[in-house]
Design a binder for this molecule. Structure first.
Ligand code: AMP
Length: 220
């Protein structure tokens, strides 16, 4: 299963909740790439340059790292991909890798959130340096400013959550997403859910829409 949506649409939060509810392994491309870049290897340093500038990491690197991660979960009952694929080349590579294992993408879920809402969410997002928990200074602040509720880790603003990088990331997303949704529409497996509502409501809608595969749009 694949989760699509702009950065800040709640994709990561929903993917995590859905993976737990449905018993799927959750793979977030941002986490996989951040882990690669923290290694300090030449590959990691290259990944860092693209990520910090708010650019997409080149397909060749992303495909290699993500397909390896998906293959490592081969034995699980299913995988929920969050942030990958982001380009048609990545989607094609994924389909090919899955086909080699006699598998396929069952469902593509698109979270719909207006871009002005997303921009505001990203600009007020804080992330825990230790456990990766995500807060929002406006809608979901930590109990103590700058400190994670879960493990007292330091909260920081991601390098790509500053206005210039946000603008760039969303512009790239709009362009790539149009191509990607056309690609998946051909397979008739895309469903849309309104993500501009309280997180728990969105999760319930996602579960419902996945159980009723004839329903293309919910929560409007
Ligand atoms: P995210 O955590 O999903 O917002 O991703 C953070 C950054 O990781 C993006 O701005 C890109 O630089 C990189 N990234 C994540 N997923 C991909 C992907 N599928 N293709 C290329 N770059 C990606």
């Amino acid at each position: 299963m694949i989760m699509l949506g702009p950065q800040g649409s709640g994709k990561g939060t929903q993917a995590l909740a859905l993976a737990v509810r449905l018993g799927l392994a959750h793979i977030a491309s941002g986490d996989v790439l951040r882990a690669a870049r923290s290694g300090g290897t030449p590959l990691g340093n290259e990944v860092r340059r693209y990520m910090d500038a708010g650019d997409l990491v080149p397909d060749e690197i992303t495909i290699r790292l993500l397909i390896d991660t998906v293959k490592a979960r081969e034995g699980t009952s299913g995988v929920l991909l969050d942030g990958f694929p982001r380009t048609v080349a990545q989607a094609e590579a994924l389909d090919e890798a899955l086909a080699q294992q006699g598998k396929r993408v069952d469902k593509v879920i698109e979270l719909l959130v207006p871009l002005d809402v997303v921009k505001q969410r990203l600009a007020s997002r804080l992330t825990c340096r230790t456990c990766g928990a995500v807060y929002n200074t406006l809608t979901n602040p930590p109990q103590v400013s700058g400190v994670c509720d879960l493990d007292a880790g330091e909260l920081y603003r991601r390098e790509d959550d500053y206005p210039e990088a946000i603008q760039k990331r969303l512009a790239i997303w709009e362009e790539q997403n149009a191509e990607l949704t056309r690609y998946y529409d051909a397979g008739g497996i895309r469903v849309q859910v309104n993500g501009d509502r309280p997180p728990a409501e969105v999760t319930e809608d996602l579960v419902a829409v996945l159980q009723d595969s004839d329903s293309p749009v919910t929560g409007r």
